[in-house]
Structures are given as structure tokens and as C-alpha cells.
Write a protein that binds this ligand. Structure first.
Ligand code: UDP
Length: 240
């Protein structure tokens, strides 16, 4: 049983990483249908600004705290979450399990050249995964939506960034009767070797977010959002 804590109007998973990973592996093992959202401060803010997006998030099976910002906020709000559960780690655990169980995996998102090298990399690291659909994220979304209805995928990784990835998942979710869907943001760029994870020192200091912001094309916008989120949290406000 996974406990949740309500923050900013969203139910966040409150679990240790090992409890959480065991739980999602079981979901995949049992072929249960699920929609996972990994929520960072940017995504939380978007849900506060946009009721339609919030409605989509409320359809998720689980929402995990992705990044130190959400867990720090939970402490300040007096409802401390047990752990941060980074989306990229969750997705990696799912791929490992998919490999061990020879599952059917579907990939959508990233630039065309990223998808090409991603398939090569993943096929080497996870040789027993069956890739039943691989679509890049620049114009292939409709084709992918058609394909997902017939390929019977067990694990569906969607890397279109927020809000597109959650919108795409919500648009197809009711049309399939199986599959664990998860939005993975920039994970394909990292796994394909097109963007590096933050250097170890940043990670050790829990400053991975700072590294990402400074190297992102929309970094300034992201920084502004982060400051707005921090000011909400400092004032213990849960809405804009
Ligand atoms: N992406 C995509 N299609 C789009 C927009 C983005 O496939 O129309 C991919 C992009 O290539 C990257 C990932 O989605 O791999 C995350 O994109 P971005 O960095 O813009 O999102 P954020 O980091 O803000 O979540």
C-alpha cells in the first residue's frame, strides 16, 4: 500500500525509494494499468496556473516528488515527505524490470537523432526488452497515438516535456486496456548521451536542478518559476 500526502492540491507519493521501486516493479510484473506523473516545482506551478492541466494530473495513478524542491516545500508546509523520488531513477528501475521480464516497451519523444541513439543505447543495456514502438517527439505524436492502441505495450515512456507528455498520455489512456505510462521529461537526452547528468558534485550537494537550469535554453523562465515557487513555499501558500 502506498501512502500519499496532499500538497498543492495533489496527492504526492510518500514512500522510501526502495518501497516505491518495489511497488512499481510489482505493477509492471502484474501488468496493471497505471499513469505515473513525476512532479517537480515547475509542474506544480503549471497545475496551479492551469485548471485543465491540474485535471489531467488528478487522473494520474501516482504523483511522485521529483526533485528536492517539492520535498523541501513539504517540510516547510509541515507535511514532510519521506523522500525525493527522481523520475529518471523511477524510469530506469522500470526499464531494468522490463528487461528482466522481457516486457514490451514503447518510446515517444525527443529529437529524431536522440531517438536513434537512444534505441541503440537501450538495446545494448537492456537486450531482452522488446521495443514495440519508437517515435520521436517532433511531429510523430499522432502516429504514436494510433500505434499505442494496437501494440499492447507494457511500459510506455513519454519524453515530450510538461505539459505535452501528460496531455498525450491522458489523450490515449482510456483507449488502451494495459500499460504503465510515465512522462520522463529530458531522460531520453541523458540516456542517449545527448545531455549529461549534472556533475557528481552538483548531485552530492543536491544542486542538480541548478545545473539543469543553467544549461537549459529556457533557463531564465525556469529560474523565475523556481523563485515564484520558493516564495509561495516561504509564505506557506498552496495557491497562486
Ligand atoms: N520534446 C519533444 N517534443 C516537443 C518538445 C520537447 O520531444 O515538442 C522533448 C525534448 O526533446 C526533450 C524533452 O521533451 O527531450 C524535454 O523537453 P524540454 O527540455 O523542453 O522540457 P522540460 O525540461 O522543460 O521538461
Amino acid at each position: 500500500m502506498i501512502q500519499t500526502i496532499q500538497l498543492f492540491g495533489l496527492p504526492f507519493v510518500d514512500a522510501t525509494p526502495s518501497h516505491w521501486y518495489t511497488h512499481i516493479k510489482t505493477i509492471l510484473h502484474n501488468n496493471e494499468k497505471a499513469f505515473l506523473v513525476t512532479a517537480n516545482p515547475e509542474l506544480v506551478l503549471r497545475s496551479l496556473r492551469d485548471p485543465a492541466y491540474k485535471h489531467i494530473l488528478q487522473q494520474a495513478t501516482f504523483i511522485t516528488p521529483d526533485g528536492i524542491g517539492v520535498t523541501a516545500a513539504s517540510k516547510r508546509m509541515g507535511k514532510p515527505l519521506t523522500a525525493t523520488l527522481p523520475g529518471i531513477e523511477t524510469a530506469r528501475e522500470l526499464l531494468r524490470t522490463a528487461d528482466a521480464l522481457k516486457k514490451r516497451v514503447f518510446l515517444l519523444g525527443g529529437r529524431p537523432e536522440v531517438m536513434k541513439s537512444l534505441i541503440q543505447q537501450l538495446s545494448i543495456r537492456f537486450p531482452d526488452i522488446q521495443f514495440v514502438g519508437t517515435f520521436h517527439g517532433f511531429g510523430k505524436e499522432e502516429e504514436a497515438a494510433k500505434a499505442i492502441r494496437s501494440v499492447e505495450a507494457d511500459l510506455i515512456l513519454v519524453a515530450l516535456g510538461a505539459p505535452k507528455q501528460e496531455e498525450w498520455i491522458a489523450s490515449v489512456y482510456d483507449q488502451v486496456d494495459r500499460g504503465l505510462f510515465i512522462g520522463v521529461g529530458g531522460a531520453f537526452d541523458v540516456w542517449s548521451g545527448h545531455s549529461k547528468r549534472a556533475p557528481k558534485l552538483f548531485r552530492q550537494l543536491k544542486l542538480e536542478w541548478l545545473y539543469r537550469i543553467s544549461s537549459h535554453p529556457r533557463g531564465l523562465e525556469k529560474l523565475k518559476d523556481l523563485l515564484l515557487f520558493a516564495s509561495l513555499v516561504l509564505r506557506k501558500k498552496t495557491h497562486l
